[in-house]
Ligand binder design. Structure first.
Ligand code: GLN
Length: 251
């Protein structure tokens, strides 16, 4: 009987000790993205979301002693998800624009994007000056969509010229099927799509140069400050360059 009691007591003590020394649950940092935008975000063979944005967010979360959770969603629902608090931050190769700034705050920029034009190798389109009257494929809600669907007075081609797709891969598929004459999209995913599909090329002339940043809810200035501090430390440590260099090989 004594022995049983002693054992029970020992077991209780072990459990109590384990409970005390268990690390406190880390606060979760929820990041939203659209994981069809290589090399910034894509899904690997194990169904994990990887890429530049995922690694930058993981490095920031580590600095903030938070646990990163990534949610995949349509690109054009990210701003609403941020402002409604459904996610804490969006990292999605997202361009800083004046219009988006009305709905969310942006962190300091961590990368540059360039809007480029993908055409088929045999295309008659030689530069962006040839886009008039052509069918243009874009990813819905992106800056490529916003520029191209704008009026000709504002440098666009008008609503009717634009076909919208849920992601870049579908827009590229439409180009391969002959449903559109070109796709306007960011340069790094463009390179990845051209590499993955035969018969495509990127025009030399660029459409626009943009800054990528993380979007955070207007009222969450505390997270914005913490995010920017972590980001600037990571930049100073060379960590951002290291992450980018892992996914984008210098030409
Ligand atoms: N940079 C573009 C934008 O912000 C496209 C981003 C994306 O498709 N993930 O609109």
């Amino acid at each position: 009987m004594k022995k049983v009691l002693a054992l029970t007591l020992a077991a209780v003590m072990v459990l109590a000790f384990a409970a005390c020394s268990a690390p406190a649950e880390k606060e979760v940092l929820t990041m939203g993205t659209n994981a069809a935008f290589p090399p910034y975000e894509m899904v690997d063979e194990n169904n994990n979301i990887i890429g530049i944005d995922a690694e930058i967010a993981a490095a920031v979360a580590e600095k903030l002693d938070m646990e990163l959770e990534i949610k995949d969603m349509a690109f054009d629902s990210l701003i609403t998800a941020v402002s409604s608090g459904a996610i804490d931050v969006a990292l999605a190769g997202m361009t800083v624009t004046e219009e988006r700034k009305e709905a969310v705050n942006f962190s300091d920029s961590y990368a540059t994007g360039i809007q480029v034009v993908i055409v088929t190798e045999d295309s008659a389109i030689a530069s962006i000056d040839d886009l008039e009257g052509k069918k243009i494929g874009v990813q819905s809600g992106t800056t490529g969509d916003i520029y191209c669907s704008d009026t000709p007075e504002n440098g666009g081609y008008g609503e009717d010229a634009v076909s919208r797709y849920d992601n870049g891969a579908l827009a590229v598929q439409a180009l391969l099927n002959g449903q559109v004459d070109c796709v306007v999209i960011d340069n790094e995913p463009a390179k990845a799509f051209v590499e993955a599909n035969e018969g495509l090329k990127i025009l030399d002339t660029e459409f626009a140069v943009e800054d990528y940043a993380a979007a955070i809810a207007k009222e969450n200035t505390e997270l914005l400050d913490k995010f920017n501090t972590a980001l600037s430390e990571l930049k100073a440590e060379g960590k951002i360059d290291e992450i980018v260099g892992k996914y984008i090989k210098a030409e």
